[in-house]
Design a protein around this ligand. Structure first.
Ligand code: M6R
Length: 614
């Protein structure tokens, strides 16, 4: 939700900022803008509706000189996406410019108060209110910019990552964060600022993750200063990035999403590296091992997540209950946080988030913390807010996921959840050794199985052409593959904009079957498992109503051909791992349908990769 970038140093700021915005465009792409301060003390702001490429065109032949600047790519919350609502926003005098990621909840109260002091507002944004408040405090208290920002932030309610620059002040950027991410990159005589490390990694691998409710004072040629809202100096913890620039490029693929789908054999290897030996004899998830008494003593496990991560959680629920016999509840983080849930200190709460920045998931973590539960995070982005807000956790290690539609993160999350279930099950003695080894070995073999699925890329591309103009889709699955059906439907709707629903296959007859006619494509996930025959009966019910069936079945299943209109075969694996194997062709199907429809696959409309607003 909005990407912010800043630079101060010896280079020209504009190319650095533009490059950074391109890296952060996955966070929002409604509008983009930049503010530059040059040596002569002028503050230049350029902004426009649209993408970073539109900003680039807009600034062509404009004066973009200056070695200090801030820039923003927007996912609209307050005010429609247009030029005026684009960031940066100016203060009344035009002396201060600010970019913001987050929501200022009490903005209307502040705006009313400022209006009484003669302030007027150009935009419909909450951001403009905050920059005006900063100027008001700076003028009335005759304080420094840093002090004005600190004082203003003490008066706002909400979430923010901000960066502020001032005319006549070409040596200073003030930044701060609360509940929205912010990273400072430390170069040689230069500083970078960004919502995440991706714009920074090509310049330096030394970063500082700004803590919650901290303010950063970045001055040219001076040491970085970090303080809290009470002006107390904070400890500066310099980290080394483990991110390579190649991971941020498309690597010859037309879209990040296709690249990320094809990366899955490798990302699963990365995910299990050092955690399972080749023979599957053990599984070591260190965050679980180090806290085994918490898990062993757990009355129940509650998993909180959103979107695709929530679908992974449903698969984890099945695996943990099946193998560990610990009750598991899966909650939408956004519902959990507002429904006064019963949480006790002997509950273990698992928060799953690819980005580690999802506002609802963070709020659910906070709620669980206040109730005294032990909190375990499963994240991809190292050093992210969820990773830092939890007591312990496990990274999925799948590398940066840039396509808005989650693919490799989903399979990584399910892999980690399965390892977690195996670790606990062995500790509790609730799994037979044979079963343990078979699932652990199944995880080791997953990359080669996924390779086999990916070799059907062309076949799925051909299949996609038949369904490009469908208006609706239904995805069916049972057991472990009911969440896979939900995930398949989500992939299709978010990137192709075709309406799609996932259902437990047997639930169809309780209502949704009324939707079935010869125009309705139904993706039926029916690998060989203990309820295969039951799923086939459900497929029969669809067939009897002339639905068009695309069956995802185990290799060598000849019988299904008489029933299904189209078949995708996937290799046989352990039942609990089948959602990983079946998800890959569903990702490809969604991808190709979206491409056929000319959609912007990596940046679908209305979405953003990291949802930092509630
Ligand atoms: O970063 P998170 O895993 O917390 O994100 C949660 C959802 O916003 C995310 O999975 C979303 O549903 C994806 N666009 C799905 O592809």
């Amino acid at each position: 939700m909005c990407g912010i970038v800043g630079y101060i140093g010896g280079r020209q700021a504009f190319p650095v900022l533009l490059n950074g915005l391109r890296r952060l465009e996955y966070r929002g792409y409604d509008s983009a803008g930049v503010a530059l301060v040059d040596g002569s003390g002028s503050l230049k702001v350029y902004k426009c509706r649209g993408k970073v490429a539109d900003l680039e065109r807009f600034t062509d032949s404009k004066d973009v000189g200056g070695t200090i600047g801030i820039a923003h790519t927007r996912w609209a919350t307050h005010g429609e996406p247009n030029d005026v609502n684009a960031h940066p926003h100016y203060s009344q005098s035009g002396n201060i410019a600010m970019i913001h990621n987050g929501i200022i909840e009490n903005y209307s109260v502040i705006r009313d108060a400022l209006s009484e002091h003669g302030y007027t507002f150009q935009s419909a944004t909450d951001t403009e209110v905050l920059v005006q408040l900063i100027e008001y405090i700076r003028n009335t208290s005759r304080c420094s910019l840093l002090e004005a920002v600190r004082s203003a932030l003490k008066r706002v309610v909400g979430a923010y990552a901000i960066a502020v620059v001032e005319k006549d002040n070409p040596d200073e950027i003030i930044a701060a964060r609360k509940s929205s991410p912010l990273v400072v990159g430390l170069g040689d005589g230069e500083y970078f600022l960004a919502s995440d490390a991706t714009p920074i990694v090509e310049y330096t691998d030394k970063v500082v993750y700004v803590g919650d409710e901290e303010i950063v004072h970045i001055c040219r040629g001076r040491e970085l200063k970090v303080m809290n809202l009470d002006n107390e100096q904070a400890q500066i913890d310099i980290r080394t990035l483990e991110l390579s620039i190649n991971q941020l490029e498309k690597g010859g693929y037309p879209h990040f999403m296709l690249k990320e789908i094809h990366e899955q054999p490798k990302t699963i290897v990365d995910c299990i590296r050092g955690r399972i030996p080749a023979d599957g004899s053990e599984v070591v998830l260190s965050g679980v091992v180090a806290n085994k008494e918490k898990f062993m003593g757990a009355r129940r496990i509650i998993i909180v997540a959103c979107g695709t991560s929530w679908h992974a959680a449903l698969i984890g629920e099945r695996a943990i209950e099946d193998m560990c016999r610990i009750p598991v509840e899966v909650e939408y983080a956004s519902e959990f946080r507002y429904r006064n849930p019963v949480i006790s200190p002997d509950d273990v709460v698992i928060a799953i988030s690819q980005s580690g920045e999802t506002a609802d998931t963070l709020a659910a973590v906070e709620l669980a913390r206040n109730a005294g539960a032990f909190i375990f995070g499963i994240c991809n982005v190292v050093g992210s807010s969820v990773a830092r807000a939890t007591d312990s956790g496990a990274y999925i290690h799948v590398g940066p996921e840039i396509g808005v539609a989650s693919t490799k993160a989903f399979t990584g999350q399910v892999t980690v959840l399965t390892m977690l279930a195996l670790t606990l099950a062995r500790e509790k003695g609730t799994v037979r050794d044979e079963k343990f080894r078979s699932v652990a070995k199944g995880l080791v073999e997953l990359p080669s199985l996924i390779e086999k699925v990916l070799s059907q890329d062309d076949k799925i591309k051909d299949l996609s052409k038949i369904f490009t103009y469908a208006h609706n889709f239904i995805y069916l699955g049972r057991g472990y593959n009911y969440p896979a059906a939900l995930e398949g439907a989500l992939k299709l709707k978010e990137i192709s904009y075709i309406h799609a629903e996932g259902y437990p296959a047997a639930e169809m007859k309780h209502g949704p079957i009324a939707l079935i006619d010869s125009e309705m494509p139904v993706v039926a996930i029916a690998p060989d498992d203990h309820i295969y025959e039951k799923t086939v009966s459900n497929i029969q019910e669809i067939k009897a109503r002339k639905g068009k069936i695309i069956a995802v079945v185990s290799e060598g299943n000849a019988a299904i051909h008489s029933l299904a209109d189209y078949c995708i075969e996937v290799p046989v694996t352990e039942e609990c791992l089948s959602p990983i194997v079946v998800s890959v062709p569903l990702q490809l199907l969604a991808y190709y349908i979206a491409v056929n429809k000319g959609r912007n696959v990596d940046q679908p409309r209305n979405l953003a990769k990291s949802v930092t607003v509630e």
